[in-house]
Design a protein around this ligand. Sequence first.
Ligand SMILES: Cc1cc2nc3c(=O)[nH]c(=O)nc-3n(C[C@H](O)[C@H](O)[C@H](O)COP(=O)(O)O)c2cc1C
Length: 242
Amino acid sequence: MTTEQTAQEIEVPAYLAHPEVTQPDPVVPVAAPLDVTPDASTPGQEIAGALDQASLDSLFRTARTPMAWSEAPVSEETLHALYDMVKLAPTSGNCSPGRFVFLASRDSRERLRPALSAGNVERAMSAAVTVIVAQDPLFFENLPRLYPSEEARSWFAADHGLAEETAFRNATLQGGYLILAARALGLDVAPMSGFDNQMVDDIFLAGSGWRSNFLVNLGYGTGVQAQPRAPRLTFDEACMLL
Ligand SMILES: Cc1cc2nc3c(=O)[nH]c(=O)nc-3n(C[C@H](O)[C@H](O)[C@H](O)COP(=O)(O)O)c2cc1C
């Protein structure tokens, strides 16, 4: 991605780009579910300081993206606890560009409905809370407070492309932190990029200057998965050890 590109300019499949286009049926995975049985090389058994096995399962190994939600609500207190963890995870120069709009009321969710891809409507509308993960392109105005040791505000104020790139990178990271923090609090999480960003910005973010990045649905899943987990790339496929 060049410094001039934004989330809106990245080429995406049609069903992700337009809410009226139905998402195709998911590809049925051919591989068996991941083997999550701890073995001798499983972190936590031999790595000092690693989380215990149950925590690793909850965060990664047995956690799944839920297909359906139970009726259990998510309290405002839980949302505060969630943000209070997310805000502590690292961003470059502590720039903290992520912004989070919690759609917790029925009314706010109804306002979201027209922006959602057809295949995402049911799962978003039935979640306890949908979070709009956004970024503030003017995040650098807070840098004199957040990063007082340097003249960091001026780096970004003078370079719009650098500011855009930094906001997008770090807000996306903060959305990822939100996913894992939610799992750490016992919530289930269903992220979504299949929606009309411009429509969401117009409906919810007008006047704030914030720009939507992706959605994260929160709640307590039913635990019923229609499909086994899809395969992942192996270490040798996805990593270089130099
Ligand atoms: C940024 C992001 C966007 C996603 N967008 C969608 C979406 O629009 N619709 C959807 O059904 N799932 C969406 N997903 C869910 C992923 O497909 C799912 O989390 C992934 O396949 C892993 O599934 P698993 O947790 O069951 O292994 C998205 C996930 C992420 C992280």
